[in-house]
Design a protein around this ligand. Sequence first.
Ligand code: CIR
Length: 247
Amino acid sequence: VRPPGHSFVHGLTTAGLGAPDYEKALHQHAAYCDALKDCGLDVVTLPADEAYPDSTFVEDTALLTPACAVILRPGAPSRQREIESIEPIVRKYFASVERIESSGTVDGGDIMMAGSHYYIGLSQRTNSIGAAQLTAILARHRLTASTVALHNVLHLKTAASYLEHNTMAATDEIIAQPEFDSFRTVRIEPAEQYAANCLWINGTVLVADGFPNACAAIAAAGYRTISLDMSEFRKLDGGLSCLSLRF
Ligand code: CIR
């Protein structure tokens, strides 16, 4: 994880919810880190990086799999150099480190891992060249991938989250795609779409606070849930998965 810097208030956004409050974001980030620890994770905290307003959304910079790490190439030009400070950290933990090359672009928010299969959203951030590169890299490591066309969301995981046990929380846009027919789905209603970005960790699901129907549906599917106030990250189109790289 990487806490937001003061420059966070100038991050990219389409949300139309106003500028985030830096102090509040810091508190929310600290609560997020506590929740990760509560789920049994060790948390490595990188220093805030003022040069990159969106750098708290570390998920977009790398894909970490059991077989290899892939340094990604974020689709937003203002974010492409975020990988420079992530790569040395990743190399500490992974012997095999691959990378997405220009003109491919892939944001980590577009990659949903379901066992050894990786769904790659084709979005305004992730192009087909990047998706093809990633698919070839994964294949070399005996992992499979397929692409998902997206129309109304920033990232694939804005609209869908794999909760293990063949279960996926998702909006109607994703559930309607035949590719996902074999999953048990937890439907997230349109009014609560933001809660579709939720995060399974060791049996617990982190859910954004303020979306009671989504939280109840996830709990009814058999998961322990932890609700977290994400208001300041939401203002920059960020969700729970964006704030960490899990491995
Ligand atoms: C961006 O537009 O890139 C950031 N403001 C939000 C990134 C969210 N990341 C994610 O969903 N993985």
